[in-house]
Design a protein. Structure first.
Length: 260
């Protein structure tokens, strides 16, 4: 099942994805809902981030090549994490499928994409085990962790490098059934495929992170966990169109624009 979230008649509403149509519902996928009988064509929808999470968790370094790339850029030897390491992002940065990535006027040329698997929590969870960790998930979606690398290197925190408005496209929808082992992540810019990797080829997997987080923190419905990225990204320019595709989920598409 696929759950989208769109703007319809001035309000945010959830919808069930059915072929090229979005069947609107009252309620949410995190509780009770019913279909309204109203449908919107996908091509005419105003897409929103499929959820506004109570807490936005993220994984910084979780794929081998990406860690090696980052170390080379700093002139250092790569250091691989020895355990799951959890970070946070800001909800204000979220935007939806087909919505623009807006670059502030003072960005440098080093603005890059990061294609990521996103876990969406469906039920409250604490003290998960490896045997039941996946039971708390509603499903998966796709994220683009847009990053301004000059700011990332110069600021004491990543408050603007990672969290500028529109720097976290997420979507297009939540897929409730996914074969992680069969999933491939592909990143295209202007139609050219630049990165491909096995989505589940992580240093620490989804189960590892869910177990680690819930030993200390209660996950609640709507929380999201972005699982990191692989590969070497190129710099983005105004006018570029970024497609991030994950097998079994779909394609998240966003265009880069300059601020007005």
């Amino acid at each position: 099942m696929r759950w989208a979230r769109i703007q319809h008649e001035g309000k945010a509403t959830y919808a069930v994805v059915a072929d090229e149509q979005l069947r609107l519902v009252t309620g949410t996928p995190f509780g009770e809902y019913r279909e309204t009988g109203v449908s919107v064509a996908q091509h005419s929808a105003h897409w929103l981030s499929p959820v506004i999470p109570p807490t936005f968790y993220c994984v910084g370094l979780n794929y081998t090549a990406h860690i090696e790339m980052a170390a080379r850029a700093r002139g250092q030897e790569p250091v691989f994490p020895s355990q799951p390491d959890v970070g946070y992002r800001a909800v204000n940065a979220l935007t939806g499928h087909h919505q623009p990535i807006v670059l502030p006027p003072d960005v440098t040329e080093k603005v890059q994409y990061e294609g990521e698997l996103v876990c969406v929590i469906g039920t409250e969870a604490k003290h998960l085990t490896r045997a039941n960790a996946l039971d708390c998930l509603l499903g998966f979606t796709i994220g683009n962790d847009v990053s301004e690398r000059t700011w990332q290197a110069s600021d004491r925190t990543m408050w603007r490098a990672k969290n500028t408005d529109t720097f976290k496209p997420m979507g297009p929808w939540i897929e409730t059934e996914l074969d992680l082992d069969a999933a491939l992540t592909r990143v295209r810019v202007n139609g050219e495929e630049l990165i491909e990797f096995n989505t589940n080829d992580m240093l620490f997997g989804v189960v590892d992170y869910l177990v680690a987080i819930t030993q200390y923190i209660t996950l609640v419905p709507g929380d999201v966990l972005w699982m990191g990225t692989e590969g070497h990204a190129k710099n983005l320019q105004v006018g570029d169109v970024v497609d991030i595709d994950i097998t079994g989920i779909g394609t998240l598409t966003n265009r880069v624009e300059a601020s007005a």
